[in-house]
Ligand binder design. Structure first.
Ligand code: PLP
Length: 369
């Protein structure tokens, strides 16, 4: 039995957007969120909060560090906003927030709107490749306060050399924030080992945990000095103290939390994280590469020459040019679920896919030949 609920009959290639629902995650939602609610109402909180502790523990197991270094977030953008609010005014001569132009737009919007905090955003032009360390070395100038590094770019699959960039940032006194939305769950990742200061991620894609279960990881020695403006009772050292005159930041990453948290997304995502952990990120990555190879091997030499020549994360991003309509119509007919950005088609193989999917896609790509 497939451990995923795969929609439709055809190959599911949309993990870069929304990973397939693991059966265990659907069961967990009922057992760990809905049933406690139905049976205990407001008394379900202790049980619900213990599930969020489990979420943080599962992240620490997958990505290293301690559970206290992780704070749940709704999404990456919210984590970035909170972080920037905590940095405002901290270094008058360093006001630039640097990112690549093909970073995910939502994060670019957060950078732009941080103007009101006294920052200025600067985007490295797309033509300057974000996977080339020289691009970063040139751009990491003395005015930069934060470098936002997208680990895997969603429209090209390009992989940034995060550890090298983080090293440069450290040498130059720049805070290095990594967006792991497209790498968590498909590339090997250890946040403390990476050398970055902050990692922002979510579980919706390669972690198959659905929307709403984002997270922020922060290097423990940075926590004490960062005081986010966006807070709530769950950012308090003791959320249940209930004294309006006394706010004390939580001593761990939970100071980046906020008001009454959502629970359901984290219950779902915890089951998915455990599932991914059991499969093994290395094994999922190897499976992905085997299916990519099967797909490539079954394409004509002409198509093979059009595949990306650079190392990619889990997604194949292929410019279809004049063949766009023909290829996409043929894939749709084969029941494949995929998406496009401009003339680029995005194809992701994950644990829910088989070699047969890769073969079917390659055949449909070439009009059944
Ligand atoms: C590289 C990357 N970063 C971030 C996001 C999502 O950001 P947010 O969680 O703030 O919506 C995506 C979503 O596709 C992405 O591909």
């Amino acid at each position: 039995m497939n451990s995923y609920l795969v929609p439709g009959g055809g190959p599911y290639l949309l993990t870069h957007s929304v990973g397939c629902l693991p059966r265990v995650a659907r069961d967990a939602l009922d057992a760990n969120f809905l049933r406690p609610w139905a049976e205990r109402g407001g008394d379900a909180w202790p049980q619900w909060l213990s599930r969020i502790d489990e979420f943080r523990a599962a992240l620490a197991q997958l990505f290293g560090g301690a559970p206290d270094e992780y704070c749940p977030q709704t999404n990456l953008s919210s984590g970035l906003s909170k972080l920037l609010s905590a940095l405002a005014g901290s270094a008058a001569n360093r006001r630039t927030l640097l990112a690549a132009e093909d970073s995910f737009p939502s994060l670019g919007f957060v950078l732009q709107k941080s103007q009101r905090l006294g920052f200025e955003s600067r985007l490295m032009r797309c033509a300057k490749l974000p996977d080339d360390i020289r691009t970063w070395s040139d751009a990491l100038t003395h005015d930069v306060r934060v470098a936002l590094v997208t680990h895997v770019h969603s429209n090209t699959g390009r992989v940034a050399p995060v550890a090298e960039i983080a090293k440069l940032c450290r040498e130059r006194g720049i805070l290095c924030v990594v967006d792991v939305a497209q790498s968590a769950g498909i590339l090997p990742l250890n946040f403390p080992g990476l050398g970055a200061d902050v990692a922002l991620g979510s579980c919706i894609k390669w972690l198959c945990g659905g929307p709403g279960a984002g997270f922020l990881w922060i290097r423990p020695d940075l926590i004490e000095d960062l005081e986010p403006a966006d807070v709530g009772w769950f950012s308090h050292e003791d959320p249940f103290e209930m004294d309006i005159h006394s706010f004390r930041y939580a001593s761990n990453a939970m100071r980046f939390w906020g008001g009454t948290p959502s629970v359901a997304p984290f219950v779902i995502a915890t089951a998915s994280l455990r599932h991914i952990q059991a499969l093994g990120v290395d094994e999922i990555g190897a499976h992905n590469r085997r299916l990519v190879q099967t797909f490539k091997d079954n394409l004509s030499p002409a198509w093979q020459s059009r595949l990306p020549a650079w190392p990619t994360g889990g997604t194949l991003c292929i410019a279809l040019g004049a063949e766009f309509d023909e290829v996409t119509a043929s894939l749709k007919q084969a029941g494949a679920k995929f998406d496009t950005r401009g003339d680029v088609i995005r194809v992701s193989f994950h644990a829910c896919n088989s070699a047969d999917d890769a073969l079917r896609i390659a055949r449909a790509w070439q009009g059944g030949r």
